[in-house]
Design a protein around this ligand. Sequence first.
Ligand SMILES: [Zn+2]
Length: 212
Amino acid sequence: MAQAPGCMGLLYDGALRGVHRDIIARAGGLVINKQHKGNAPVYLETLTPGRCAHELWASQGRIHEKTHYADGTTQLVPVPITKLEHRGTHTHRWYHLLRIPCRTGPHEHRVPVATTTRTGERPAGQSDEERGFHRAEHLQQIPDNTLTHQNLYGGRNDSESGNAQLDASLWNRRLISYGVPAQRLLTLGFVLAQNSTSRALHTTRTDLQLTT
Ligand SMILES: [Zn+2]
């Protein structure tokens, strides 16, 4: 992040885990990736506003509420996230603003996400590390199976395809330049050509749509 001014974050596949996301989120970056499939749901806390009790669990990268049904079964239901909040300038913190549905009216609740607080960063005994909760692993800034994730994740496939195009554009898929400055120039030229082609195609398609 320090080496790339203006970089907003990282798009990556499921190989990126909480331990990596923690570092990027602490530096103020956003991470968009697929949640690791093997994680079991983790109990987080029970909220008791008024006469209510809402049991919150972390599952699939976000907060769920454990709902008890009349037949004795339970289900983890995703809690709506109304906002991803970013706070801080030097040390960055991230939160989900939750709107927990309830028959007495919805409850607003703020939960930290994306970083795992270490011993000493919170009052004694309250850090994630001391509580044994790997928050960065279990709660993502932009969880899977949300519209925002779906809108952004396609960018990863696009960059894979861009890399393949770059390889394919070179004779024998070999780099034709030596040294970092020359390779940077080559990449810049390729990206300019790629963007110009995309723009031209996009304009053509818009024209077609307008005439039909
Ligand atoms: Zn309630």
